[in-house]
Design a protein around this ligand. Sequence first.
Ligand code: ZN
Ligand code: ZN
Length: 179
Amino acid sequence: MGESKKCTKCGEVKPLTSFHKNNSRDGRNSKCALCYNTAKNKAYSERPEMRERIMSRTSGDVLVRIDNKKKSNKNKSKIRASYYSNTEKKKASRATRSFYRQEGYELHHWSYKDEHLKDIISIPIEVHRILHTNLIYDKELLCYRTKAGELLDTKEKHIEFIGFLTNYLKVVIGAVLDM
Ligand SMILES: [Zn+2]
Ligand SMILES: [Zn+2]
């Protein structure tokens, strides 16, 4: 898995690839990408155009989804069935079966290419649910797009979008998320 370091914000020990590159001594930020993006997005949220920017990126669907949360719980088994009918997703789930899961967190695949099957992102369950309602899977490219059509074909882009959504939840809905 290579080198890892401890995030100065959340205190988690994560692989170096979970930290953005910079000009510091070890070449990486002291905060992990999730913490860094959350902080960055918080700064954005103080600006009035934030809501508009969020709306354009999510098609404003997140709010509707939250309202329908109870309903969507009913559909969960349906969603699960469709998820596992997909070969590469089955393979990915097998590849990470033995991985450690932090309490309240789930493992998320940002890509289903063979070389990325074990390259997962650990995110709070609540964020994970909402994340998937805002992603469209591209079967050809084996990764996701946002509803606005933006291709999230690198882990960095994917993590940035997660930070963005997390911020959306905080700003627009006022949800308190422990991240
Ligand atoms: Zn962190
Ligand atoms: Zn996921």
